[in-house]
Design a protein around this ligand. Structure first.
Ligand SMILES: [Zn+2]
Ligand SMILES: [Zn+2]
Length: 240
């Protein structure tokens, strides 16, 4: 199979070469393609890699179960990596956040196991309060400071710190609490959607390479391409 200029050449051994012209832009949805090149089909290449997961096929996300491994503990001593280790010494930002948010929603958190907290409230602690503004009051040696803002959430905060840190040690620290989660953009195929929209017959490169070499040979040998099939599958693009 060769790609040259605006033509896709399907070279089936023992058969006449078939040439199909290519159209690289969809006038309906405005998505345009560069000329088909091998780099479009490599997840190691920025031209092919899924931009969401940078071609890895999954995302490293902070894992709720690793942040709170023991749900019999309370918010005061059960939340890892978010200041839990220093909370027993006295007022910390984490304690202040949790108590202010609990007060705002009228939820009791002292001596209450995390598993007994209202699910909706725990979600706000873990994933943030969205547009909901919370009144925070922070007392330190310097005095009392009051301010009102929404809460980013334990998990987004840790993921942001992981992304922003320049320290390898801190990055490793956050990664202890991360696990692989599926990339919803490419569903593990590692390639950008434009590349996955290019099909040989009915199959894209991911579906093709998931087969054994023998099956691929058989598939290619038996393929009867219509010019439409050889062209970019617009239907798939519009779905995503
Ligand atoms: Zn389109
Ligand atoms: Zn992806």
């Amino acid at each position: 199979m060769k790609y040259a200029n605006n033509l896709v050449t399907i070279d089936v051994p023992g058969q006449e070469e078939k040439i199909y012209s290519q159209n690289y832009a969809c006038t309906d949805c405005g998505i345009s393609f560069e000329e088909l090149t091998p780099r479009m089909f490599s997840f190691n290449n920025p031209f092919g890699a899924c931009p969401e997961c940078t071609g890895i096929g999954y995302l490293m996300r902070i894992d709720e179960d690793l942040i709170i491994p023991d749900k019999d503990k309370t918010l005061y001593d059960g939340v890892k990596a978010f200041g839990a280790s220093t909370m027993k010494k006295g007022d910390t930002m984490a304690k202040m956040y949790f108590e202010s948010i609990a007060k705002h929603y009228g939820v009791k958190i002292k001596d209450v196991p995390i598993k007994k907290l209202p699910k909706d409230f725990l979600n706000k602690i873990l994933y943030g309060t969205g547009d909901e503004v919370i009144d925070f009051e922070y007392t330190s040696a310097a005095g009392t400071r009051k301010y009102s803002t929404s809460f980013e959430g334990v998990i987004p905060t840790l993921e942001r710190r992981h992304n922003e840190t320049k320290s390898n040690g801190m990055r490793s620290f956050y990664e202890m609490y991360m696990s692989e989660s599926p990339c919803l953009a490419c569903h593990g195929a590692r390639l950008r959607k434009e590349s996955l929209s290019v099909k040989i017959g009915d199959l894209n490169i991911k579906e093709l390479t998931d087969m054994s070499i023998d099956k691929i040979k058989e598939y290619i040998n038996n393929i009867e391409l219509t010019p439409t099939q050889a062209m970019i599958d617009r239907t798939d693009l519009n779905k995503s």
